[in-house]
Write a new protein. Structure first.
Length: 580
């Protein structure tokens, strides 16, 4: 539930869900906002709790229900999204005399402010009655529990969430903070990957507050048309959460109805809204694996067990691979010094794009507008579709070049192995380097740039280093000096480093200088390539045992899939995903 500092219905300062924005005449927003980049330090979030007071006059106008004065307190548990670490565990008093509470003629209003870093979180709430004399505790009998609200904290903005401890539903909203889901309730959701994803469903009152606590409804989710998903409905322990598991077939769409149920006649009253509809489309990315020993590319459309195709026509010692927005496959040919291009379904002969010179091609990169970047061993080129024209030579330095990368502005960073530098080239790439970087660069094998412009260099001296723009300062070592082999970065700017030294992949969050937030190791054996799909799943090519293993966030368990059919190294692998 992304929060934005903007005025919405009746002065609220947060965007709850697309249904709320539509009800207020606003516009739907994505459920996965870009991870905040700056500033990145702790910020303040506010929980606002409204407790309506009952009266005969209010009841006659179908105003929000009221709860018993016996409700005295609420526990607030905030954890990192998807079962992460606890960042807040507090008890909030809910009486007119409680700290942080004020009373009016119509309601008691309580607030809890807390300091929290930018990111995505889950807030779980439970309500209690008064003092428990038997056990001597400030909270007595639990009245409601398990009601979890997902939210995203954005640095430099007002982060607030409002709830009411009962109410007449004016809307039913469905949203999600799941990494593997895009879109919204009005436009429809797109669910990536082959694993189940969790959604939230809530009733909202006329002021757009989420209705929780005693008197909150229970929910059921039912299919209304289409097929392709398995529903896990809300439970007593998790009354606002349900999950959808796709069949693994890309492109299937199913429509659903979410229904709120009350123990009384709330839904039969005037103005009460107790149902809503939404749709979900599955999108399973195709995985490509290059095999240097077998001179082939294997194609896995999901769920990644058996390849649907094996590309061998014209494949000769393939190294780096990439795909463009049309699903065309680009293969860096190590022995023939050109890039081979295969169109779906990848069974025909390839077309070719430069460099087509005298030196081997190690890596290939697809940038904005499907622009192709490739290295010819000692020089690099770029060419735009349809790739038949003469490419632009970016540099011909005479030094061994390795895996290139682009930043958000299209600047290209090329590691030059033999002269221990990284050269930066600006679009349109027809002039010399704008920067030549040598600090912290020793036998560089790969570069990577995060959304803030920080440059990461994988050095063959067993260390990854980071340089901040303009790259003239000292380099900062990142991660362990344990023979890193490849780098990758996900959509949240988390850095993944594969280590040959201990057969693992470690995940580092900004600012990257601390300990890893997660480490995958089970099933990893000489990791040589990484890929991360739109659902956040990590794929690792293991040259040591001819497998590709897939790990779901938070990556600490066993692989959810191990692919061996069609994987034939062990010299090297490349991984690519489509669409991306």
């Amino acid at each position: 539930m992304p929060f934005r500092a903007r005025g919405l219905c009746k002065g609220l300062v947060f965007a709850v869900i697309p249904a709320v924005l539509s009800a207020c005449g606003g516009h739907e927003q994505s459920q996965m906002p870009a991870t905040p980049r700056s500033p990145s330090g702790p910020t303040t979030a506010t929980l606002k709790i409204v407790i309506p007071k009952g009266s005969a006059a209010l009841a006659a106008h179908r105003a929000p229900h009221y709860i018993s004065p016996a409700t005295q307190s609420m526990t607030v548990l905030v954890t990192q999204h998807s079962g992460g670490a606890t960042v807040l565990d507090e008890t909030v008093g809910l009486t007119p005399t409680s700290s942080g509470c004020t009373s009016t003629l119509t309601s008691t209003n309580c607030t809890l402010q807390f300091t929290i870093g930018p990111g995505t979180y889950d807030m779980t709430l439970a309500t209690y009655d008064g003092y428990d004399a038997t056990h001597g505790t400030a909270t007595g009998t639990e009245l409601s529990s398990g009601q979890t609200i997902g939210f995203t904290v954005v640095a430099g903005q007002a982060n607030a969430i409002s709830v009411t401890l009962s109410g007449i539903p004016a809307a039913i909203g469905v949203w999600t903070n799941a990494r593997g889901v895009r879109g919204g309730q009005t436009s429809g959701f797109t669910q990536y990957g082959t694993l189940a994803q969790t959604f939230n469903v809530f009733a909202l009152d006329a002021d757009q507050n989420i209705i929780i606590g005693p008197g909150a409804p229970t929910f059921t989710i039912a299919a209304s048309s289409g097929s392709g998903f398995t529903i896990t409905n809300p439970t007593t322990a998790s009354p606002n959460a349900f999950s959808l598991l796709g069949s693994g077939t890309s492109g299937q769409t199913e429509s659903f109805t979410a229904t709120a149920a009350y123990s009384d006649d709330t839904c039969s009253g005037g103005g009460a809204v107790c149902t809503t509809s939404f749709s979900v489309t599955s999108l399973v990315q195709t995985l490509f694996v290059s095999n240097t020993t077998g001179n082939s590319i294997t194609v896995y459309p999901g769920p990644y067990g058996t390849p649907s195709a094996t590309v061998t026509n014209g494949v000769n010692a393939p190294l780096g691979i990439a795909t463009d927005s049309s699903g065309d496959l680009f293969v860096a040919e190590n022995s023939t010094a050109y890039v081979a291009i295969y169109a779906p379904p990848y069974t025909g002969s390839p077309s070719h794009a430069g460099p087509n010179g005298d030196y081997t091609t190690n890596s290939v990169l697809i940038g904005p507008d499907n622009r192709l970047f490739a290295d010819g061993g000692i020089y690099a080129i770029t060419v735009v579709p349809p790739y038949t024209q003469t490419p632009t030579t970016i540099t011909d330095s005479g030094y061994a070049m390795k895996q290139m990368s682009l930043d958000a502005s299209g600047n290209l960073f090329i590691p030059n192995q033999n002269n221990n530098t990284v050269q930066e080239f600006a679009p349109p790439y027809n002039a010399g380097p704008v920067t030549t970087i040598s600090n912290g660069v020793v036998d560089p094998q790969q570069t990577l740039v995060d959304p803030s412009g920080n440059l990461f260099v994988l050095n063959d001296d067993a260390q990854v280093t980071e340089l901040a723009p303009p790259y003239t300062g000292a380099a900062t070592p990142i991660g362990a000096a344990n023979y890193p082999t490849v780098l990758a970065m996900d959509a949240d700017a988390n850095l993944f480093i594969a280590y040959e030294g201990n057969n693992s992949v470690s995940v580092y969050a900004k600012p990257y200088t601390g300990e890893p937030i997660a480490t995958a190791s089970t099933g990893i054996n000489n990791p040589v390539a990484l890929a991360i799909d739109e659902a956040g799943n990590l794929f690792v090519a293991n040259a040591g045992n001819n497998t590709v293993t897939e790990y779901a966030p938070p990556y600490t368990g066993s692989p959810v899939v191990t692919i061996s059919s069609g994987v034939n190294g062990p010299a090297n692998f490349g991984l690519a995903l489509y669409p991306h």
